[in-house]
Design a protein around this ligand. Structure first.
Ligand SMILES: Nc1nc2c(ncn2[C@@H]2O[C@H](COP(=O)(O)OP(=O)(O)O)[C@@H](O)[C@H]2O)c(=O)[nH]1
Ligand SMILES: [Mg+2]
Length: 200
């Protein structure tokens, strides 16, 4: 697939704000500071379409980006940031629940830092996606920080702690080397089909 256009559409607070059309959606999730905005920018080859945050945990909205006028990237807020109040947590959970229930997306991309053991929040997010029947692609960010040998070890550890479903894939990535970017795009492509909605 050739990337021909990408544009920011809307920051949604609730369902009423979501785009009303039936174009396919790919949803992106991960704890604050995992590299989600950087990853979206890198995929779209844009400097700052998804804002790389200065203050982690600050963006509390669901951002929709229209790609090739054909499908959406949906950026849901980062979680696991310590300094949020209980009421903010509840607001966050309600927002995510409402989006996931809408079942607009078929593929969820869950970002995990390749250097860390998945947190409780990471595990919950993965299980949340599975409970709503999403296929999940795990992207392991910041792969440039580790040696190949360490990457191998971390992949094993992360797979085990998530109890990764056999059909879910896990791919290391780095915004610096852009390793596996092609592979990630072809997975996305297999979910969104071509402009006429045909499965590729
Ligand atoms: N070394 C390295 N740093 C990264 C990578 N991806 C993101 N970062 C850095 O991680 C920090 C958080 O990135 P950001 O995209 O704002 O994370 P977000 O909170 O998940 O959206 C920033 O300082 C990025 O430059 C990567 O692949 N390699
Ligand atoms: Mg961000």
């Amino acid at each position: 697939m050739k990337l021909t256009s990408s544009e920011f559409i809307i920051s949604a607070v609730n369902q009423n704000d979501y785009p009303k059309d039936q174009r396919p959606q790919i949803v992106f999730s991960g704890r604050s500071n995992v590299g989600k905005s950087s990853f979206i920018n890198a995929l779209l080859n844009k400097k700052n379409i998804a804002r790389v945050s200065q203050t982690p945990g600050k963006t509390r909205l669901i951002n929709f980006f229209l790609i090739n006028k054909h499908f959406y990237f949906v950026d849901i807020p980062g979680y696991g940031y310590a300094k949020v109040s209980h009421s903010e947590m509840v607001k966050f959970a309600t927002m995510i629940d409402e989006y996931l229930k809408s079942k607009q997306a078929d593929l969820a991309i869950l970002l995990l830092d390749i250097r860390r053991k998945p947190s409780e929040d990471d595990l919950l997010m993965y299980q949340f996606f599975k409970s709503f029947d999403y296929d999940v692609l795990i992207v392991l960010t910041k792969a440039d920080k580790l040696s190949n040998n360490q990457i191998f070890k971390q992949k094993k550890l992360i797979k085990k702690s998530l109890e990764l479903d056999d059909k879910d894939r896990m791919i290391p990535y780095s915004i610096h080397s852009k390793v596996n970017q092609k592979a990630i795009w072809s997975i996305i492509e297999s979910y969104v089909g071509d402009e006429n909605g045909h499965q590729l």
